[in-house]
Design a protein around this ligand. Structure first.
Ligand code: GLY
Length: 395
């Protein structure tokens, strides 16, 4: 098998023929998401939604999870989309909570600092110029850089760095944590952040991406020698299958990193991953939780579809106009957003009700199966914002 297989997109003609969303319809879906945020604002200003819902309703939690930034990111998106001061006021209260969290090192012993701080504090800095938020985000980037293992050339995903069970493990999700390092390099002028991110993304492309353009969820490197050891799954069906959300993290993360380092190989990699993803979708283009499943026998993961929609738009933006798949990526992203907006929105419910139904958090553990997942709600809103205005990513 070629080491750089880019499958043709089998359903490209059908995807290109799919009806285009019109602006009025996009605005109506966006208004529905903003209305859901309004319903939840009172509960989730001094508290945060849990990672996944229970019966469609998010329990309230403190700022302790890897997912808290998605809600704050939704508030910033809502503020940018509407100009309404109530979203900014709530987001700013939460930014103070993120400063407290990094000052006191509360549950930050993992690599998800990009998810947490890009969408809360980097967003605050970009949208309002909040210097305290910038400082908190730089502190978070420092904590992320502390997880860089120089010999292996990777950022270790989980666990204390002295924990042998987690030593040398990188995961595909980390692609979305790297923009925090590039951003820190830009605002501080210190290239060490960017050098670590460059090493990690190269290792991810080399070892997490398989020759057929599917991905391992996680991959172990030997931290002492730098030797690649083995790929395993954590949330997917099996070590050899392709966890749908992991593939979506790849489709979105490689092009986001390309924004910072302009390496064309990242766009080529993202296109290969995108085609693998698009070729393993059920009829309505909303993936099952693992791409080994392509029919209604298994739960969908709407959150992976929302991430992939943003990734396809980011990828299309980076590709030359003449790329044969560029239009298909845009059409597929639109079709996914349309389907999510028409068939996957949770109906109105009590305060705390999520946005997107039918996501899966952790199938092997049976956590958050067929529920709303907070990152799915975030990326659905990000996709709507990308499709309706010129928007500077918080990543
Ligand atoms: N980054 C963890 C997840 O996607 O579930």
């Amino acid at each position: 098998m070629s080491a750089s297989l880019r499958e043709p997109i089998a359903r490209a003609p059908e995807i290109l023929r799919s009806p285009r969303l019109d602006r009025a319809r996009l605005d109506a879906i966006l208004a529905a998401v903003l209305a859901r945020i309004d319903d939840n604002l009172a509960v989730f200003t001094d508290a945060f939604p849990a990672p996944s819902s229970e019966g469609g309703v998010y329990p309230a939690i403190d700022n302790i999870e890897w997912t808290n930034g998605f809600w704050t990111g939704m508030l910033w998106l809502a503020f940018e989309a509407s100009g309404e001061a109530r979203y900014r006021a709530a987001a700013e209260r939460q930014v103070r909570s993120f400063k407290h969290r990094i000052d006191h090192r509360i549950n930050v012993d993992h690599h998800d600092l990009g998810f947490l701080y890009s969408l809360s504090c980097v967003a605050a800095w970009k949208v309002t110029g909040d210097a305290c938020a910038r400082d908190a985000a730089i502190q978070a980037a420092d904590a992320l850089l502390d997880r860089f293992l120089p010999t292996a050339g990777i950022i270790q995903a989980w666990g204390d760095l002295s924990n042998p069970a987690e030593a040398g493990r990188m995961i595909i999700d980390c692609n979305l944590n790297l923009p925090l390092l590039y951003w820190a390099a830009e605002v501080t002028g210190d290239r060490e952040y960017a050098k670590a991110a460059n090493r990690h993304i190269d290792q991810a492309a080399r070892h997490i991406v398989r020759p057929d353009a599917s991905t391992f969820h996680t991959f172990f490197m030997d931290p002492a020698t730098g030797a690649p050891l083995r790929g395993t799954t954590h949330q997917g069906f099996s070590d050899s299958s392709c966890w749908a959300r992991g593939q979506a993290w790849g489709v979105s993360g490689f092009p986001l990193v390309h924004r910072y380092n302009a390496d064309p190989a990242l766009i080529d990699t993202a296109a290969r991953l995108a085609n693998y993803f698009l070729n393993r979708l059920p009829d309505d283009l909303i993936c099952c939780w693992d791409l080994v499943f392509t029919d209604d026998s298994q739960p969908r993961d709407s959150s992976a579809a929302a991430i992939a929609a943003c990734g396809l738009l980011e990828l299309a933006r980076a590709l030359p106009l003449g790329d044969p798949d560029r239009a298909t990526y845009e059409a597929a992203a639109l079709a996914m957003v349309e389907t999510l907006g028409q068939h996957y929105l949770l109906p109105e419910g009590p305060p705390g009700t999520g946005v997107l139904a039918h996501a899966v958090y952790h199938m092997p553990k049976g956590v958050g199966v067929d529920e709303a997942c907070l990152w799915g709600d975030y990326f659905f809103l990000e996709a709507l914002v990308r499709l309706t205005r010129v928007w500077e990513p918080y990543w």
